[in-house]
Write a protein that binds this ligand. Sequence first.
Ligand code: SAM
Length: 220
Amino acid sequence: MADTPTPEALDALLAPLAAEDEALIAARTSIEVTRPGIEVSPSAGRLLNILAAAAGAKRVLEFGTLAGYSTIWLARAVGPTGRVVSLELERRNAETARRNFEAAGVSAWVDIMCGPAAKTSARLTELQVTPFDFVFIDADKATLPTYLERSMALTKPGSLIVIDNVVRAGKVLHPDDDDARGVRAALQMASDDPRLVVTAIQTVGTKGWDGFALLRRVDF
Ligand code: SAM
């Protein structure tokens, strides 16, 4: 075979599989947010959309909204009879995301709770909201063990929990990095928890080498 193709060349080949409309492109390219460009890739967005739809999810919880790109993929999976609650720290990001939800036509069934996700998720637990059947965790990594604990309290048997950035081009193995420690602790918690079956898939592309952990509650 010829030289190994570049990630860009492969992305160009695969891009039509996760085709975006204008609203998704606008959310992905929003520059008003605190850290533009750290959303999931289009193919990862489509993967979330397929996983949530295949799981029959109607209630989705997301940790980390940014401009709402992944939220829109998830909102389209649950449809107008579903609900997505997304937790975001930064008011500026929440405002941008709300505008993007309007443009995408999903704002009627998407809520953002603004503030530290450790607090807003605790509030949801206090309120005893109807359990979520799909959770996407994509906020700060150091607090991941808390987010996993909250996700377990806010889901039910059969629910699916997806954790982003569990590889980060190998940085997850770094012994002294708080983010890496958070990811490793959450993966350990998940694999020790008899209520869960767990795996991880590694991904490559223009956004680099990374991965999703997939956790399914099996405590029926
Ligand atoms: N899920 C988004 C997407 O793919 O379109 C990207 C989320 S971005 C990687 C991470 C987000 O988590 C940022 O918007 C950041 O402001 C938010 N965040 C960071 N720390 C947080 C915290 N303690 N509580 C809630 N959100 C937080």
